[in-house]
Design a protein around this ligand. Sequence first.
Ligand code: AGP
Length: 609
Amino acid sequence: MCGIVAATARREVSEILLEGLRRLEYRGYDSAGMALIDNEQRLQLHKYQGKVSALEEAQSLNPILGCTGIAHTRWATHGQPSAANAHPHISRQRIAIVHNGIIENHAELREDLREAGYEFVSATDTEVIVHLLHRFVHEGKDLLGAMQATVARLEGAYALAATDVEHPDQVVAARSGSPLVVGVGIGENFLASDTLALRQVTDRFIYLEEADVVVCSAAGLAIYDGAGEPVQREMKRVSGDVEDADLGDYEHYMLKEIYEQPHALAATFAKASAGDVDASVFGDGAAEVFAQTQAVQIVACGTSYHAGLVARYWLEDIAGVPCQVEVASEFRYRKRVSHPNTLLVTVSQSGETADTLAALRFAAPEEFIASLVIANVDNSSLVRESDLAFLTRAGMEIGVASTKAFTTQLVAFLMLALALGKERGLSVERQQCLKEGLRDLPDLVKQTLKIDAAIEDMSAAFIQKHHALFLGRGIQYPIAMEGALKLKEISYIHAEAYPAGELKHGPLALVDADMPVVAVAPNDELLDKLKSNLEEVRSRGGELYVFADKDAGFTDEPGVHVLAMPHAPEVLQPVIYTVALQLLSYHVALQKGTDVDKPRNLAKSVTVE
Ligand code: AGP
């Protein structure tokens, strides 16, 4: 999703801005631009549809230089991807602005501004902001006052950074609903959508809070809260993660991240000291909350939602707690009835997903006894705004398709089931068995990664296909959903998942030789039922690709292609089958030649509704 980088310094900053944009490329975007105030106090601008490399090329042919500047990667919401719609947007050669978010009342503001004589050259919602800001400085407000007056007129979500040629040493910024951090340097200051963009220049960061406005110059920073009062915000040192952005010997981040899973899973389980999982790993006060918890409501989007669907099986089976799971964009707008003493659990790799954050923010205080987030990014909005937090240790995930974040979320949920189970009389033997399973999981994933070559061979059968069906039963149904999501997002093959028992209630009509059917078939108590469902596919000429436990009794035959999976205890099966399906989608996408790490139209962190 859109990325912002801004800098104000005593040195020339164009290369810092460009490097910041390169580091934000993983978020997904369709155009890029930057504006600098040169040493003659003129606004200089480059913006292009396409990759940051187009901007780099323009910069090398026709350099624009300055000590104050703003830059942006745009993920189109209002107006198609084009140079005209790319940011920065400019008003009367004086103000330049970059924006992340959506302004909901842009149509009405546009009318007002047109009547005031402002001309619009883009189809974006952002352009109203730049003209509003111009209008207020033109009326005599200083940059801070103009930004405060501007944001007071905006409805929606925004992170903004702006420059004014009349104040060439300043960048003014504001946020509400979209993330923005200040990078604190020595004699220079920066702003960005996430810390990674600025780790090239600093390790000291201030996470702006909702409705904050900040004025940055090389000499210092002044932050004001939503009421316009000056405030101090805590400065944090950020370490680690930078090396995660290095591809090493891998061709793609997605493959690197798939292979990092044994380490990520072990690191996440290592949060429990000496492998003894209890409430304290979920934060101070978790023990009191868990003691009262009578139900769990999980809310998330996309892959994180699938982790929640898996967790429901564990929370009900292991902890004996009733559990509901819902996608955040539906949950947030629904009139709801909760069980008494329900714990709200949000799940998010980024910790910034707009719908998940809104679900947390708009939950009524009396609806839940507390909120717990399972997230991968420290200091993210969900982490800061939840009562309790569990940080997975996946390390930075750059590929848009979530892999290691998902499997570490599953580890977090198993630990949650254990901790809640302990409160509710889970037997010591079962606790022991789960802890041993969590300890053995990284090795099992390593064994699964060894069948990569066989999965690659199987993947060739998918590249000419337009559709695929994924089947699972029980806890493997959400794993089939996750497998289908991975395939569709990176290879653009339409893929659907069904609980195998639902086949004959409709989807069987789709089955023919052109519809590969992928089945998740561990050796569990539903295996025989699943086998009958797969027979239904075979007898209609469907081609089966079965990811099956070695002992599940499947053999290769015409129309049945079997991938032998390592034998695993039932509770670990969802993780290892996920890893195999991740590899399948990776190899299909690779052979199709799609952009594996940055699939079309998608963004890594979905910070708009
Ligand atoms: C997963 O491969 C997707 N890119 C997407 O579904 C993602 O899981 C979803 O947008 C939620 O993101 P979050 O975990 O950062 O909240």
